[in-house]
Design a protein around this ligand. Structure first.
Ligand SMILES: Cc1cc2nc3c(=O)[nH]c(=O)nc-3n(C[C@H](O)[C@H](O)[C@H](O)COP(=O)(O)OP(=O)(O)OC[C@H]3O[C@@H](n4cnc5c(N)ncnc54)[C@H](O)[C@@H]3O)c2cc1C
Ligand code: SF4
Ligand code: SF4
Length: 420
């Protein structure tokens, strides 16, 4: 039986403790060819006794490998801790930071799954996870000196894309897509980790966009998490460099934790040249959303989602039959459990953070946080790619209130205290 490297560019198979027992492979008539050859869609390619390829998802793969599926001998500080304290507690927020760095974690059908036990001493999964309490990479209490509101920042603007196509296809003002395209065209980045709608139009997944057209194909917001950092991990593993990453605040936290981590063969964040964070109050659990939409009779492709700012209180979906409006109250229980512990609304660890402007949703609020972000944004404005205006004081006040209220809600839960 030939067993090869499960992760392109990773360790040799002989060093990996999860090889499938030969008798089991024979009994199931599944012969692992270049195993596991993880494909972009997270399926595992195997060969059916020389009859050609087939794919199976991580759950099937796990049962295929299940002879070794026991946590008994694993270090309590490594993978075991992540499984017990994050995955088994149901507080994983599907950022994807633990997926694609090793053969042991996979993202499939909206779930992060541990495929087998890991004996490595690097514990990168634990170091990167925004929901883990690993001290050395913890961001707790370190919010750039402005922890009461929304992190450290240099400038704040209302902005929109100048290009009509980008503006039309963007979720609000199209500034995220516009900045990515500008960064690619001016050689700040070679490619960008973004999130698309999935093959069926509503199962979001990460994508490495290598052209402005691909960036634009991924414009718009999908309100469930996509584990898109797995795409970053795999891209870095393949040797891709000069990457931009768009992600939710928890994903920006994971990037910062990667930067603070030690023990990995490569420092993933050295290849990341631009971090664009999205504002976020919560994200929906993908499986729960899918079941809800099925119950509502929404089965076709969802072309666009929107959650207009208060007081709208509605979740809007553009389907083949037009817009559907669902009261927010009906989807609140679909929010990921781990989001209730999230203190960051404005992506405090990004170079540039972007959300909507309340009351003027065809514009974006843009928070410039780092010198890197400021340099790109100033150039994009100077060359006419982005239009800017001053953000009205009352919008800034509302944003600070919303960010503070999210932080307080989460802190109350974290301290196990009743909400004030
Ligand atoms: C789950 C979620 C919750 C949000 N909550 C708020 C909020 O409470 N308040 C607020 O002001 N704004 C929120 N936003 C951000 C807002 O929806 C817009 O993404 C943001 O204003 C940028 O607009 P744009 O027109 O510049 O985006 P575009 O130019 O259309 O670009 C959007 C980018 O978002 C990426 N993206 C789409 N879905 C996801 C996803 N699930 N995970 C990671 N990246 C994704 C795409 O890859 C694309 O690059 C949220 C976004 C998401 C995905
Ligand atoms: S939150 Fe992210 S890093 Fe943590 S277990 Fe989930 S996907 Fe992995
Ligand atoms: S609320 Fe926090 S944890 Fe949940 S998706 Fe948004 S940023 Fe991530």
């Amino acid at each position: 039986m030939q067993v090869e490297d499960p992760v392109p560019g990773g360790r040799a198979a002989s060093q990996i403790p999860c090889c499938v027992p030969e008798e089991r492979a024979k009994a199931t008539r599944l012969v692992l060819c270049e195993i596991p050859s993880w494909r972009e869609d997270n399926t595992l390619m195997v060969d059916q006794g020389g009859k050609g390829e087939m794919c199976c998802g991580p759950l099937e793969a796990r049962s295929f490998l299940d002879g070794r599926y026991t946590m008994g001998s694993v270090s309590p500080k490594g993978q075991k801790s992540l499984i017990e304290k994050v995955l088994n507690r149901g507080i994983c927020v599907k950022c994807g930071a633990c997926v694609g760095i090793c053969p042991y974690f996979s993202y499939w059908d909206g779930q992060v799954t541990a495929l087998d036990i890991c004996h490595a001493e690097t514990w990168r999964c634990l170091q990167y996870c925004p929901r883990a309490d690993y001290e050395a990479t913890s961001l707790e209490g370190d919010t750039g000196g402005n922890e009461q509101t929304m992190g450290e920042y240099r400038e704040i603007w209302a902005a929109r894309a100048a290009d009509r196509d980008v503006y039309d296809q963007g979720q609000y003002g199209g500034v995220v897509s516009s900045l990515l395209i500008f960064a690619m065209e001016r050689n700040f980045i070679d490619a960008a980790v973004v999130t698309d709608s999935g093959n069926d139009g509503f199962s979001p997944g990460g994508r490495l966009a290598k052209s402005p057209a691909e960036i634009l194909e991924c414009a718009g917001s999908r309100y469930s998490a996509s584990a898109s950092l797995a795409v970053l991990n795999r891209a870095v593993d393949r040797g891709e460099d000069r990457l931009g990453v768009v992600g939710l605040p928890c994903q920006m936290q994971a990037l910062e934790r990667m930067a603070r981590s030690n023990g990995g063969p490569k420092k993933t964040t050295e290849q990341v040249k631009l971090r664009i964070g999205l504002f976020c109050t919560w994200a929906l659990d993908y499986r729960a959303l899918r079941a809800f939409l099925e119950r509502e009779g929404i089965e076709g492709r969802v072309r666009k989602y929107d959650i207009p700012p208060p007081p709208a209180e509605t979740f809007m979906l553009l389907t083949d039959d037009g817009w559907r409006h669902i009261p927010l109250e009906e989807i609140r229980n679909l929010v990921q459990e781990g989001c209730t512990l999230c203190t960051d609304m404005t992506a405090e660890w990004a170079d540039i953070s972007i959300g909507t402007v309340e009351g003027r949703t065809n514009w974006n609020t843009v928070i410039i946080r780092t010198e890197n972000g400021a340099k790109l944004f100033r150039q994009a404005v100077a060359e006419g790619a982005i239009k800017i205006e001053n953000l009205p004081g009352e919008n800034l006040d509302h944003l600070k209130e919303a960010a503070l209220s999210k932080r307080r809600r989460a802190e109350a839960i974290l301290k196990n205290e009743p909400e004030s």
